[in-house]
Design a protein around this ligand. Sequence first.
Ligand code: GTP
Ligand code: MG
Length: 430
Amino acid sequence: MAAAVGRKPSHNEDLRNLNLAGHVGFDSLPDQLVNKSTTQGFCFNILCVGETGIGKSTLMDTLFNTKFENAPASHTEPGVRLKSSSYELQESNVRLKLTIVDTVGFGDQINKEDSYKPIVEYIDAQFEAYLQEELKIRRSFYNYPDSRIHACLYFIAPTGHSLKSLDLVTMKKLDSKVNIIPIIAKADTISKSELHKFKIKIMSELVSNGVQIYQFPTDDETVAEINSTMNGHLPFAVVGSTEEIKIGNKMAKARQYPWGVVQVENESHCDFVKLREMLIRVNMEDLREQTHARHYELYRRCKLEEMGFKDTDPDSKPFSLQETYEAKRNEFLTELQKKEEEMRQMFVMRVKEKESELKEAEKELHEKFDHLKKTHQDEKKKLEDKKKDLEEEMNAFNKRKAATQLLQSQAQQASQTTKKDKDKKNASFT
Ligand code: GTP
Ligand code: MG
């Protein structure tokens, strides 16, 4: 069978259109793509941003018609923490790896100034992990667990007034990093007329504050009409419930109140079906694509520019990665040499300083030693003089002592002689 190839006008004028004489088979290319993707499976990562108890977990359970294990968070968290849980889901032969990231403790702190930071950091960390994989020499995207956030459901409290400043600040910080889909949670707690006004108010506040929310794409004509209608319904007012109630002769997800029943999947009760249609059934692939082509691309560009990579040189000539790398390498080496030289000089200076300090200390020690030596000599001389005086005194004393002893013995002799004479005289008389 001859296949006539009809196609759009080509940009390349030299390209000729040819008619095939028979069936070749490349019309199966889309099927091949579908088969490959189906075998590989898909991944979809949702970030739920909203205050504690606003209905995040209930809505996720309702959206995916299952029960994800999720314990309620406490209201006493010191800061905002992101908790991610992944699940394998299967519908007919399509496998989906779904990751739900929850903002635990969001809106519970008295000072909410930094509440957005952990969320921004989490999103950036997932981009960074992907960029690191891309920059590896051996990349393995086939089994890479892509954790980049594809959709951020921003839960707005059904106050009927206006957006809180925390909502505006957080959405503003996130809008260049993620596809934000704002939703009014627990929409069964707000009346129909109030809800209408609330939606208009929210949209005008988002516009006046320059917050870019995700717009459902209208460039694909098969979904352009529904998507542009749905863009007009944003933010979706949703109700979540996993409870099934008998309505007529069918069981339906609903919330029962003393005065009536709110049916989750009834379009006149809330926008739940619109959200599910837009998020899962129509635009899931666009959300994935936008994440890669817009948000990740922006992150990648800023990060590479920060690292010094450019596409053009200062004269607007194309600059290859190799050239940039070499320029950066040279810059780095020059810088390194400069640093090395500086360190060397610093080291020499320090050594010189230490040397002169040591010399000074040595000199002081010598002076001290000389002084001590002189003092010691003086003391020694004084002591020797004293010793000499004492010796002289001792000699004089000894001489005097000897003279005295001599005199004493002479005197004794003389007295003995006199006594003997007297005794002789007395004997002669008798
Ligand atoms: P944390 O994970 O603790 O931050 O809470 P959450 O945001 O996951 O809220 P969760 O889904 O646990 O719901 C909190 C309470 O709100 C539960 O009692 C739900 O039944 C109720 N709830 C959930 N969705 C809705 C809703 O659409 N309308 C109303 N009125 N209540 C809801
Ligand atoms: Mg929860």
